[in-house]
Design a protein. Structure first.
Length: 132
């Protein structure tokens, strides 16, 4: 998974509240019953990260025009060895705030927020190959 975020003004100051800071949030639905959504928020500018358990390789870096994220999601890490599942549902919310006084920053979505009016069945579904 690779995501490139372009932003003309990044708020990355770690002393600010998380809701104000620019960040990217990953949502992962493994199709569990009842549905369990795994969530991980990543903040550009932070120097220490603990990658989610379902990630095998991970990089979040600042760029000249914003920030980029690269990660590998391992089928072996998210499904048991006996599972026949071969798909996940993924969504990404990018929170963009340009002012420290803004308590309602913009959130841009890869797919409609799950459970919202514009959401549709299967949005963000990815088929995983047999490689781990």
């Amino acid at each position: 998974l690779a995501v490139q975020v372009s932003d003309d003004q990044l708020l990355t100051d770690i002393t600010l509240a998380d809701v104000i800071r620019d960040h990217l949030t990953l949502y992962l639905d493994l199709g569990d019953e009842p549905t369990k959504i795994y969530q991980a928020s990543l903040f550009p500018g932070d120097t220490e990260y603990e990658a989610p358990q379902w990630v095998t390789d991970f990089s979040l870096s600042m760029t000249d025009s914003g920030y980029s994220l690269e990660m590998q999601i391992s089928k072996d890490k998210i499904f048991s060895s006996t599972s026949q599942r071969d798909q996940i549902r993924l969504n990404i919310g990018i929170t963009d705030s340009d002012r420290t006084t803004n308590n309602k920053p913009s959130v841009l979505w890869y797919r409609p927020p799950w459970g919202s009016g514009p959401d549709y069945k299967g949005s963000g579904t990815l088929i995983l190959n047999n490689k781990s």
